[in-house]
Design a protein around this ligand. Structure first.
Ligand SMILES: *Cc1c(COP(=O)(O)O)cnc(C)c1O
Length: 397
């Protein structure tokens, strides 16, 4: 997945453009910048990539989720339904707005189970946020139908899924708003950065203003601009955007490499009857950023993880006991360990996670192994890795 693996002259050239004229900020300083608008140019590129009318760059993927939700009016006390398997950023971004994260079970797609979503809807539910973990998706038609039926916002956290698609549409472009991360370990990187995408002009303008202290961005005198509503600072810098501009042009090359490496590994593992693969909904194409497979039970997947380590197979994880990606070890969340006071609605919801039954999620995450697909491997290395993986799995069954 990581774009930092293939990093060189194109990235350097874009960054040097910025350094040469010294305008490190994305807004203003029109006269000094000699026509260089890296953030604006990257937004235009991403609009093409995502077949999306509007793209707002921000400072991180976490910021993208907060800005997306804020742009659509999600705030204090509103419930946002999200999966148990994700990165901690998902609930952080919700909590930042005073909204309440409601965690629900995943299914064999490794993201939201539509039945669990429907069961979690209350009077206070405002949004459903799917997280397209490890490059693939949930049943987006079914989830969209639930959101339409209950008049809920549908948000996609597609931070790990750039390049994937569903029924011909890029992941991230299907819900009301989509969120991306360009942090250092994502498929394309800005160093740090993120994006909100949408076809809704109001949400876009809200995101544009909100992520820059409420600036309306009218005219070319920043000091004279008005502030129609309160905002924050989630701006990306020109330096970061410059890196992303070089990287986004290489996205097709990166996805092709991921697909090639993924396919070699998957074909090799397919000969083992005990290995099954994550369900990809009909019409879905993965981004190939990870290969995910299931083993018969937690014992086997634990033994396979250990055997992988012994055989020198890195970047593969069973997330069951992972601190950052699965609800089981999010003790800080369940115990509301916040530096500052949280509302009673939030504390009640978080405290209920201690006793909530997530056995369905345990069933899938306990049996799953997620293997990152790297871009820098040679084909020979991928074949060698594939045969070592097969050997390690067979000896662990
Ligand atoms: C990386 C990631 C984020 C957060 O992105 P940052 O840019 O690191 O803030 C959010 N959600 C998912 C699924 C991610 O993988």
């Amino acid at each position: 997945m990581p774009g930092f693996e293939l990093f060189g002259d194109q990235e350097r050239k874009e960054v040097n453009d910025v350094l040469d004229n010294g305008v490190l900020m994305r807004y203003g300083f029109d006269g000094m910048r000699n026509g260089h608008w890296k953030a604006k140019s990257l937004e235009a590129e991403l609009e093409k990539t995502f077949h999306s009318k509007y793209v707002q760059l921000v400072s991180s993927g976490t910021a993208a989720v907060s800005v997306a939700l804020a742009s659509a009016g999600v705030g204090a006390g509103d419930e946002v339904i999200m999966p148990t398997f994700t990165f901690v950023a998902s609930f952080e971004a919700i909590l930042m707005l005073g909204a309440v994260p409601i965690l629900v079970d995943i299914d064999d797609t490794l993201t939201l189970d539509p039945k669990a979503v429907e069961a979690a809807i209350t009077q206070r539910t405002k949004a459903v946020m799917i997280v397209q973990m490890c490059g693939s998706m949930g049943d987006l038609d079914e989830l969209q139908a639930i959101c339409t039926k209950h008049d809920l916002l549908f948000v996609e956290d597609a931070c790990q899924a750039i390049g994937g698609s569903y029924q011909g549409k890029p992941l991230g472009s299907i819900g009301d708003l989509g969120c991306f991360s360009f942090d250092f370990v994502k498929t394309i990187t800005c160093g740090e950065g993120g994006a909100v995408i949408t076809n809704n002009k109001d949400y876009y303008l809200n995101a544009d203003h909100y992520s820059d202290h409420g600036h309306d961005h009218e005219g070319n005198d920043r000091g004279a601009e008005t502030h129609p509503f309160l905002g924050y600072n989630f701006r990306i810098s020109e330096l970061n955007a410059a890196v992303g501009l070089a990287q986004v042009k290489r996205l097709p090359e990166f996805i092709a490499l991921q697909k090639k490496h993924y396919t070699i590994l998957r074909d090799a593992l397919s000969i083992i009857p005990e290995v099954t693969f994550r369900t990809v909904p009909k019409g879905g194409i993965e981004s190939y950023s990870f290969l995910n497979f299931f083993l018969p039970n937690l014992d086997v997947s634990t033994r396979v993880s250990e055997a992988f380590k012994e055989h020198g197979i890195d970047v593969c994880w069973n997330y069951y006991n992972n601190n950052w990606h699965y609800v089981k070890k999010w003790h800080h969340l369940k115990e509301s360990k916040s530096l500052y006071p949280l509302s009673s609605e939030i504390k009640d919801a978080l405290s209920s996670l201690k006793t909530k039954d997530f056995s369905q999620s345990d069933h899938y995450i306990g049996r799953n192994i997620s293997c990152l697909i790297k871009l820098s491997w040679t084909e020979a290395q991928v074949h060698e890795r594939a045969s070592k993986m097969v050997k390690a799995i067979k000896m662990s069954l």
